[in-house]
Design a protein around this ligand. Structure first.
Ligand SMILES: CC(C)(COP(=O)(O)OP(=O)(O)OC[C@H]1O[C@@H](n2cnc3c(N)ncnc32)[C@H](O)[C@@H]1OP(=O)(O)O)[C@@H](O)C(=O)NCCC(=O)NCCS
Length: 156
């Protein structure tokens, strides 16, 4: 029987410095462009300037994950954990840190456009968001050539 991976100590922080923002972009490039094949023109856009960025960092200083949330309407996106660190319970605290941040700014909900491609080789993150308490909002739709599902988390 395989042993579950050990999770090193970590923190989730708002990325403030240019170096921290660059680390977020590096993880996104690795996951969305190199791994999932998105076009760089789609992945990196002006929206980043309107978002708060989060970085999950191990005590060693190595960064493992990132996410962003729009300052205006609580839209979560660009959620990514580096491949080697998935499945060890890092995605959940990353998103919980986003929830805490949005709540602290008076937000009532966080929503996302989850990839929902259940075909072989497709990316379906809806199960991840559902485990975290998100519910579907509306129907499936195509965005940037991929099936998506809007999902929302109501902040208590
Ligand atoms: C989606 C992603 C962020 C999850 O990160 P992770 O660190 O592996 O997630 P966690 O280990 O914290 O999992 C949290 C829970 O969600 C579940 N889960 C994780 N990924 C899942 C998936 N694809 N489908 C269903 N459930 C999933 C876990 O089993 C866990 O459940 P539990 O709390 O009951 O044990 C990660 O797989 C990733 O970066 N994927 C590539 C980028 C991506 O597709 N992002 C989403 C874009 S919409």
């Amino acid at each position: 029987m395989s042993k579950p991976p050990t999770r090193p100590p970590f923190t989730v922080n708002v990325a403030n410095t240019p170096e921290e923002i660059q680390e977020c972009m590096d993880i996104r490039k690795e996951v969305f462009i190199d791994e999932q094949g998105y076009d760089i023109r789609i992945e990196t856009n002006d929206d980043d300037a309107r978002c708060t960025h989060f970085l999950l960092v191990f005590e060693s200083g190595d960064a493992a994950g990132t996410a962003r949330v729009f300052k205006t309407d609580g839209q979560l996106g660009r959620v990514a954990i580096r491949k080697d660190y998935r499945g060890m319970g890092l995605g959940r605290p990353l998103i919980e840190a986003v929830h805490a941040h949005v709540k602290s700014t008076g937000g009532k909900e966080v929503w996302c456009q989850s990839q929902a491609d259940t075909k072989p080789g497709g990316v379906d993150a809806t199960g991840f968001y559902r485990r975290l308490g998100y519910v579907n909002k509306g129907d499936l739709y195509i965005k940037e050539g991929t099936i998506h599902q809007d999902m929302v988390f109501y902040l208590a």
